[in-house]
Design a protein around this ligand. Structure first.
Ligand SMILES: Nc1nc2c(ncn2[C@@H]2O[C@H](COP(=O)(O)OP(=O)(O)OP(=O)(O)O)[C@@H](O)[C@H]2O)c(=O)[nH]1
Length: 390
């Protein structure tokens, strides 16, 4: 194999790659919350480390007097490009194509045992580019979905690889200028690596910043609004209701005997139950309803342009749907019921007063035996037993 660069350049290159990898890992691990690490962190770490080992093997091979039986750097380049694709796929929660490209990766690695140097170089460069492009596509999708520019930088790395490979193959095969072809492929790979490192770091930092800004208004467990988020979200519709004298209703929903769920099944399962209940309530609400988690196992729904009767009907449906059958969490059937309180007002909305009334109704439902709806009206309090109605 021709010498792609002099030995001192090789050391410089390796030093830079090493520094980028270490800086990357340091920043990401120091910043990441170990209980809630960024998606794909583990696999990206494997990619960075595998790439580093590949560069080291390549540098050693450059300086070696007798070449090895198998081109280790070529195999490492194929493998770690595939790992990048898997890592980007995990981060974007897109798992398509893993088996197919995995088979291509396996064949590529095996080809190192019987292909000549030139053929192996072409195979390595083409396969690595296919994997980079696949990683770039899933990262571009994530960039659009999560509005995270960091993922776009990873997609740019794929473009660099694609352009670099095209030029490299043109030189290597088209013009038979093998050394230049190798230098271009090597350069494209190095730049793509640096862009992936920068892109992943940027993606994690942006995600972290988004997480911090959501913390003020969002409940981290269910991703629903918290009380403050609900107040922010209600501002415009409250003004609208006041101006047009429209009805507004509130439903307070509290899981019954939730302490027993925690005690019997553990806190983690309890968390999952809260998430599932939140998702069920969310599914039954309209897009215009505002849903928040306002306490440990307590939720509040504000329904704009909705009167007491309509709100009560929704509350009954929620009560029935949740209590209807046990929730299946971690292969365990957990019976869950909720108590609901409904209150409504017309015109100007005092959110605190409305919530308090719904809260009082909910406590009344608890006192009356749970798994039911109670509502507060100007007329006497009305109670229903969902279990009896079901
Ligand atoms: N798993 C989990 N448990 C929580 C969370 N927040 C609060 N809790 C638990 O929820 C339970 C609420 O208990 P209580 O207020 O006594 O009410 P309850 O057992 O639901 O009984 P009733 O409301 O009277 O039907 C407590 O044990 C809290 O520790 C949470 O985020 N996750």
């Amino acid at each position: 194999m021709e010498q792609i660069f002099p030995e001192n350049w090789a050391v410089l290159h390796l030093g830079l790659i090493f520094a980028v990898t270490l800086a990357q890992m340091l920043v990401v691990y120091v910043l990441s919350d170990s209980s809630n690490p960024p998606a794909g962190l583990g696999l990206f770490t494997v990619y960075f480390m595998a790439a580093l080992l590949g560069w080291i093997a390549f540098t050693l091979q450059q300086g070696a007097s007798t070449p090895l039986a198998v081109d280790v750097p070529a195999v490492a380049a194929i493998l770690n490009s595939y790992i990048l694709f898997i890592a980007a796929g995990q981060r974007a929660a897109i798992h398509a194509g893993r088996v197919l490209l995995g088979l291509a990766c396996l064949l590529g690695c095996l080809s190192a045992f019987f292909l000549g140097t030139g053929q192996l170089f072409v195979t390595q460069v083409l396969l690595a580019t296919v994997f980079f492009v696949a990683a770039g596509v899933v990262s571009a999708v994530r960039c659009v979905q999560e509005k995270n520019v960091g993922d776009l930088i990873i997609a740019v790395a794929a473009v660099i690889m694609f352009i670099g490979t095209s030029l490299s193959m043109y030189q290597f095969i088209g013009l038979d200028n093998r050394l230049l072809g190798q230098v271009i492929a090597f350069g494209a790979h190095s730049w793509a690596y640096v862009l992936v490192a920068v892109g992943f770091l940027a993606s994690v930092l942006i995600e972290y910043q988004q997480h911090l800004s959501h913390l003020a208004t969002e409940d981290p467990l269910t991703r629903l609004l918290n009380r403050r988020g609900l107040e922010d979200a209600m501002r415009v519709s409250m003004a609208h209701a006041s101006r047009h004298d429209l009805p507004t209703a509130a439903i307070v929903i509290d899981v019954d005997h939730f302490k027993q769920v925690n005690d019997s099944f553990g806190h983690d399962t309890g968390d999952q139950v809260i998430r599932r209940v939140a998702a069920m309530i969310e599914r039954m609400c309209r897009a215009s309803d505002v849903l928040a988690r306002t306490g440990g196992e307590e939720f509040l729904v504000i329904l704009t342009d909705t009167d007491q009767v309509a709100a009560r009907s929704l509350a009954e449906r929620i009560c029935h749907a949740i209590g209807e059958r046990p929730l299946l969490v971690d292969q365990q059937r957990i019976p869950v019921t909720v108590s609901l309180g409904v209150a409504a007002t017309v015109g100007e909305v005092d959110l605190d007063a409305l919530t308090q009334e719904a809260d009082q109704a909910m406590y009344l439902a608890k006192r009356s035996g749970r798994n039911r709806v109670a509502s507060v009206e100007s007329a006497p309090v009305h109670l229903s037993n969902s279990a009896a109605e079901a």
